[in-house]
Design a protein. Structure first.
Length: 339
C-alpha cells in the first residue's frame, strides 16, 4: 500500500540517485548487528563472539529486506512487520487505534481490534509483534543449545555424542540466522520513520512548524545520508550501558518504540535546518545515536533471551534445561523423538 510506493517514488526521482527504503539500508543494519554482537556480555556462549559470527549477524541483519519480492501472501504479510505507524499521541495510526501500552497479547487480537476500529493492519504495521516473536524464538534456540552443549560434554556413547555435536553445530548456525532476523526488526525500531505516521515527509496532517513533505525524506535519510556518516566507532561510543534488570519483552518493546517515536519531531527539525545534507555533523550525530540505540537494544534482547533460556524446557517428552545442565536428566528422547 502506501509504504510500498515509497521505494518506487525514490527510484522515479531524477534529481538524486535512486535509493530504496529498507529501514536503515544495508549500512545501518550491518552496523547495528555488528555493534550488538561485539558488545555481548562475557557469560554468553563463545561461538557468538568469533569474528565470523559477528560478521554473519551483520549480514543476516539485512535478511528480512532481502526476502522481499517472494510473492503473495509472503510479501504482504511480512512487509508490515517492519513498522508501526503511531500518531502524535502514540496511538496506532490515529485516535481509533490503541496505545502501545494497550497492545493485546496476540497479534491476531491486535489485527481484530484494528479491524473493529475501522483500521487496516497493512497500513498500521505490526513491528512490536515481530520483535517479541523473534525474541521468544531466540530463547528457544538458546534453550536447545544449552541442552545439546551439556549433553555432548557428558555423553559416553560415541554415536549419541556425535549426534549431539552435529545438532549443536546446526543450532549455532540457526541462532546466528535468528539473531540476524531479530536484529533487523529491532533495528527498524530505532529508525524514527518506522514508528510514525510521518514516515516519509510530514504528510497530510497539521504542520505548524512547516516540516518537509518531500516523498524522498525517508529513503535519503536512512540510505544515502546514513551510508555517508555512519561509523562503527561512533555507534559503539554512543551505545548506552546494558539494562537487563527485570527484563520483560513486551514492556521493553513498548518503552523502546515509545522512545523512538519521541525522536520524530527532532528529526524533522534537523531536516528543516539542513542537517541531513552532505556529511553535516548534526545529522551524523543523530544517525549514530539512533544506530547505537538499535545496537544496544539488540545486545540486551540477545542477552535477555540467553538468561531466560536457562529456565525453559525443551522437546517431547519435555526436559528442563536446568536439569540437563546439572546432569540429572537425559535429553536423548526429548531431542531425537520417540517415533
Amino acid at each position: 500500500m502506501k509504504r510500498l510506493a515509497i521505494a518506487a517514488l525514490a527510484v522515479l526521482a531524477v534529481a538524486v540517485p535512486a535509493v530504496q527504503v529498507d529501514a536503515w539500508g544495508n549500512t545501518g543494519h550491518r552496523l547495528i548487528g555488528v555493534a550488538a554482537m561485539r558488545a555481548l556480555p562475557d557469560d554468553l556462549p563463545a561461538f557468538l563472539k568469533t569474528p565470523g559470527a559477528v560478521a554473519d549477524v551483520g549480514e543476516l541483519a539485512r535478511e528480512p529486506d532481502r526476502w522481499k519480492g517472494a510473492g503473495q501472501p509472503h510479501d504482504r504479510e511480512r512487509d508490515t512487520a517492519h513498522f508501526i505507524d503511531l500518531d502524535d499521541q502514540g496511538r496506532v495510526y490515529d485516535q481509533r487505534g490503541m496505545s502501545l501500552n494497550a497492545l493485546p497479547r496476540l497479534k491476531s487480537e491486535y489485527d481484530a481490534a484494528l479491524t473493529q476500529a475501522g483500521l487496516d493492519v497493512d497500513d498500521a504495521g505490526y513491528l512490536p509483534y515481530a520483535m517479541m516473536d523473534a525474541w521468544q524464538n531466540l530463547g528457544r534456540d538458546f534453550a536447545y543449545w544449552r541442552v545439546l552443549n551439556a549433553a555432548e560434554k557428558r555423553e559416553t556413547n560415541m554415536e549419541r555424542q556425535a549426534w549431539y555435536r552435529a545438532d549443536r553445530i546446526r543450532r549455532e548456525a540457526l541462532i546466528l540466522r535468528d539473531i540476524g532476523v531479530m536484529g533487523h526488526y529491532v533495528g527498524d525500531g530505532s529508525q524514527p520513520h518506522h514508528t510514525s505516521i510521518h514516515y516519509n515527509g510530514w504528510g497530510d496532517f497539521p504542520n505548524p512548524e512547516g516540516f518537509t513533505n518531500s516523498r524522498q525524506t525517508h529513503a535519503l535519510f536512512e540510505g544515502a545520508f546514513t551510508s555517508r556518516v555512519a561509523r562503527l566507532d561512533a555507534v559503539e561510543a554512543a551505545m548506552p550501558a546494558a539494562d537487563l534488570t527485570g527484563f520483560d519483552v513486551k514492556a521493553r518493546t513498548v518503552a523502546y518504540l515509545t522512545t523512538t517515536l519521541g525522536t520524530v519531531v527532532p528529526f524533522y527539525r534537523l531536516e528543516k535546518a539542513g542537517a541531513f545534507r552532505d556529511s553535516d555533523p548534526r545529522g551524523a550525530a543523530f544517525v549514530n545515536e539512533r544506530l547505537a540505540a538499535g545496537a544496544a537494544e539488540l545486545r540486551d534482547f540477545i542477552a535477555a533471551a540467553w538468561t531466560a533460556s536457562a529456565d525453559a524446557s525443551i522437546g517431547w517428552p519435555a526436559v528442563k534445561v536446568a536439569e540437563v545442565e546439572a546432569g540429572t536428566a537425559d535429553p536423548w528422547l526429548a531431542l531425537v523423538g520417540e517415533d
